[in-house]
Write a protein that binds this ligand. Structure first.
Ligand SMILES: [Zn+2]
Ligand SMILES: [Zn+2]
Length: 387
């Protein structure tokens, strides 16, 4: 490894330089030592590479922080140029910093795609749309199709996305003969270098529009509205995002439309509490119901279910209605849920004289106090809810 370099010194900035100052300083150094200006000058070439290496580190706040703390060792092998000038390829410098070389007027090397083997022309991509949808537990249980009126870019109805006035169609670009790129030969210290870049005439499309559609000004898209149907699968949960491909903004010149991302919000159910795919219901029994037993109804997502309460049911008992919870949704790891009925017992807050008398009588009965073995059994059951 070469001896420690001072990246700040190389660019001629001080340690507190802002990102903008660094960018400007790099541009200055790069112009000064640019190979086109210094043909055959090995020293200039070295300085040019050094500056690129320094800029690669200092323009990235994370790399810069590591460099400040650990020196060049902190940024070596962390992507980019790996710190050593030996490993740097002049083409990399041009393509990595095309944002700077692009406006320096030197014509980057393959700044468009970074390679010289580009085959296909770029297709435009429409933007994505994001929306929220609030669902009831019932809708979540069954899955639901929702309709939305969406404001977005739509394909121009007059030219059907071509961008051309009626009777015309896009013509093959005369500059690039339809390929979308031009090959530039450039003399550099590496010899003649050929590079490919997007055609300046057609912007890489390979075609030009001679008579633009007046409605979309040749773009092939206009702002509009569309009713979009979105299918939400069963079992989704608050915070999940359902992606609907192709329903977002239409793209210029019949390119690939964007997606709609739907964020799921869950409406709380009045009675049922969701725990993953289980639904918890708190059943409040009266003292006689818990003591004597009963048959009661509990709410489910689709209606009500009858359950039997055994005589002597203890508060805190959990009864499970298997498979009555929410369905499993593919890819989210929960199985089909249950309804879990948690038993509580209502204690009257005021008593009539006769009720008070009845309770006083009961208090005298030995049956009202659990035996040690029953106490133990109740405790074991209670403990099992937490395991
Ligand atoms: Zn149009
Ligand atoms: Zn062209």
């Amino acid at each position: 490894m070469a001896e420690e370099k001072d990246y700040y010194k190389i660019l001629g900035v001080d340690k507190a330089a802002s990102a903008d100052e660094i960018k400007r300083a790099y541009k200055k150094v790069a112009i000064k030592y640019h190979p086109d200006r210094n043909p055959g000058d090995k020293e200039a070439e070295e300085k040019f590479k050094e500056a690129a290496e320094a800029y690669d580190v200092l323009r990235d706040p994370e790399k810069r922080a590591r460099y400040d703390q650990f020196g060049a060792a902190g940024v070596n092998g962390a992507g980019g140029f790996g710190g050593g000038t030996q490993g740097m390829d002049i083409n990399d410098i041009f393509s990595h910093f095309s944002d700077i070389f692009g406006d320096m007027g030197f014509g980057g090397f393959g700044g468009f795609s970074g390679g010289t083997h580009r085959q296909s022309r770029p297709r435009y991509k429409g933007g994505d749309l994001r929306m929220k949808v609030k669902l009831s537990l019932q809708e979540i249980a069954t899955g639901v199709t929702k309709k939305f009126k969406v404001r977005k870019n739509v394909v121009c109805p007059y030219c059907h996305g071509t961008g051309c006035e009626e009777g015309y169609s896009p013509e093959t670009c005369a500059t690039c003969h339809g390929s979308g790129y031009v090959v530039r030969s450039q003399r550099s210290f590496l010899g003649m270098v050929q590079s490919q870049e997007p055609c300046p005439t057609c912007g890489g499309e390979g075609t030009v529009i001679t008579h633009k559609c007046k409605h979309c000004h040749g773009e092939g898209i206009v702002s509009g509205e569309e009713i979009v149907e979105i299918k939400i699968p069963a079992g989704v949960a608050e915070g999940m995002v359902v992606n609907v491909p192709g329903k977002g903004h239409a793209a210029k010149h019949n390119g690939v439309p964007g997606d709609i991302q739907v964020l799921i919000e869950e409406e709380p159910h009045p009675d049922l509490i969701r725990d993953e795919n289980d639904l918890i219901y708190n059943l409040l029994l009266t003292i006689p119901q818990a003591v004597l037993g009963d048959t009661v109804e509990v709410p489910t997502i689709t209606g009500r279910a009858r359950i039997k309460i055994e005589p002597g049911t203890q508060p805190g008992t959990a009864l499970r209605l298997r498979g009555k919870g929410l369905p499993a949704v593919k890819g989210y790891g929960y199985g089909t849920g249950d309804i879990v009925v948690n038993i509580s017992v209502y204690m009257p807050e005021s008593l009539s004289a006769s009720e008070r008398h009845a309770f006083e009588e009961m208090k005298k009965s030995g049956n009202m106090t659990p035996s040690p073995s029953i106490k133990d059994k109740i405790f074991k059951k209670f403990r099992s809810y937490f395991n």
